[in-house]
Design a protein around this ligand. Structure first.
Ligand code: GLC
Length: 418
């Protein structure tokens, strides 16, 4: 325990002993959380911390409903060296970039045994959060993409959850035709030019066993890329996905499925808890499966997840780090799994009895997260992302054919990743 911690513990004790309303010094920590990822549930966890640490006041700031909007906001704050944010949640693709820019404070000197400390997490996150031997962030939660489906409709029409995308098309067509409801979509996925569309592209590409980057170099298979783009565009052309899928972001898919307007949806783990909410039209009607593979291919999903970073410009760095160490611990991980269906970054929390009671499919989800594939790791990831997501979007909007899209993607990626 550091000196400041014991001082703080004494202070906390002193404060508790004071009569109600007595003034005491409080440190205010401002924490940035993406609005999509349940700030109101994090707030409950924060309340627990405040109760245990009366000398800390936690204020949540939210904004940006997509990963790149959040990154844009944080880039502005960090570029301005603005001290008003102390802690920020970062998509798994960003700690390396933030560390390279010197925007986060390393944890190596604040944890007792860095290797053992990081060894508690699933390896993918321990890896993403350490750059050149420095612990630059700590895991908030894990993530992967899954196939959500309407269990009630599949049962009603005698359809099994699809194992391939072709089976999904057949299932969606059968169910939507039989239901005769023109508003019922077969499949919702992310076609907007957001970070999620990078994963959209990579799912069938990876399913063919292809990689985008190998040994730091581009290994682009143009034909596989063409087929990947054609697969998604094909869903639109076959009427399985709606015509304006190019406008659909992650939380739009979540809302449409939750409203009962979709048979199959590609989405991340947070969606589950929303589907099970009292305001959901699909409560108790939802199944979750691994994503389908391309015919003859293997299942592939995209590794997601979010991390807590402490701002290098925070004026309360020490308190912020202490808070983040607690926040990224197993207790909070379990709380967020139970109350917001955010996947744990700790392997043992997946099978915790309370977690499995609240979210039964989490017991099988660890294997999916462990097998999930990471988006390319490169300091120029922002450019790679922009090239892929705008191309996916252009193909889905009908502005480019899959062949043109794949060719453009290749030549643009070649300029970034030589
Ligand atoms: C989820 C994932 C994140 C990913 C994002 C894309 O939030 O956890 O890693 O980048 O979706 O939309």
């Amino acid at each position: 325990m550091t000196l400041s911690r014991s001082i703080k513990a004494c202070l906390a004790g002193a404060v508790l002993a004071l009569p109600a309303g007595a003034a005491h010094a409080q440190t205010e920590l401002r924490v940035y959380i993406s609005s999509q990822h349940r700030p109101e549930v994090w707030r409950q966890a924060f309340d627990m911390y405040e109760q245990q640490n009366p000398d800390v006041k936690l204020v949540i700031e939210t904004g940006g409903n997509t990963s790149e909007l959040q990154a844009q906001y944080l880039n502005t704050v960090m570029t301005a060296k603005d001290p008003s944010l102390d802690v920020m949640i970062l998509d798994v693709i960003r700690p390396a970039q933030f560390a390279a820019a010197g925007w986060t404070v390393p944890f190596n000197d604040t944890v007792d045994d860095p290797a053992a400390f990081m060894g508690r997490y699933l390896p993918a996150y321990a890896e993403a959060d350490q750059v050149d031997g420095k612990i630059v962030a700590l895991p908030a939660f894990a993530d992967a993409m899954f196939l959500y489906y309407r269990k009630d409709l599949l049962e009603k029409h005698g359809v099994e959850p699809p194992k391939t995308w072709d089976e999904l098309v057949a299932a969606a067509q059968k169910i939507t035709a039989a239901e005769g409801d023109g508003d019922l979509q077969g499949l919702s996925f992310q076609g907007k030019a957001i970070e999620g569309a990078v994963c959209t592209f990579l799912l069938p590409y990876w399913s063919e066993g292809r990689q985008l980057v190998e040994d730091g170099k581009l290994s682009f298979d143009r034909e596989a890329a063409t087929r990947a783009l054609a697969l998604w565009k094909g869903f639109v052309d076959q009427g399985v996905a709606k015509k304006n899928i190019a406008e659909v972001a992650t939380d739009d898919t979540r809302k449409e499925f939750q409203a009962g307007d979709v048979v199959f949806a590609v989405n991340w783990s947070y969606a589950w808890d929303r589907f099970q909410g009292e305001d959901s039209a699909v409560k108790d009607k939802v199944g979750v499966a691994v994503l389908p593979a391309v015919a003859g291919g293997e299942n592939a999903t995209c590794l997601g997840g979010w991390q807590w970073g402490v701002s290098a410009f925070s004026e309360h760095g020490e308190e912020a780090q202490e808070f983040v160490e607690w926040l990224s611990g197993p207790e909070v991980s379990e709380f967020m799994a139970i109350n917001a269906s955010l996947l744990p970054a700790f392997p043992e929390v997946y099978t915790d009895p309370d977690v499995v009671k609240a979210v039964p499919w989490f017991a099988d989800a660890r294997a999916v997260v462990e097998k999930a594939k990471a988006r390319p790791v490169t300091p120029r990831y922002n450019e790679v992302s922009e090239i892929i997501r705008t191309t996916v979007n252009a193909v889905l909007a009908g502005a480019a054919t899959p062949e043109e899209g794949a060719a453009q993607m290749e030549s643009r990626l070649r300029r970034v990743l030589r």
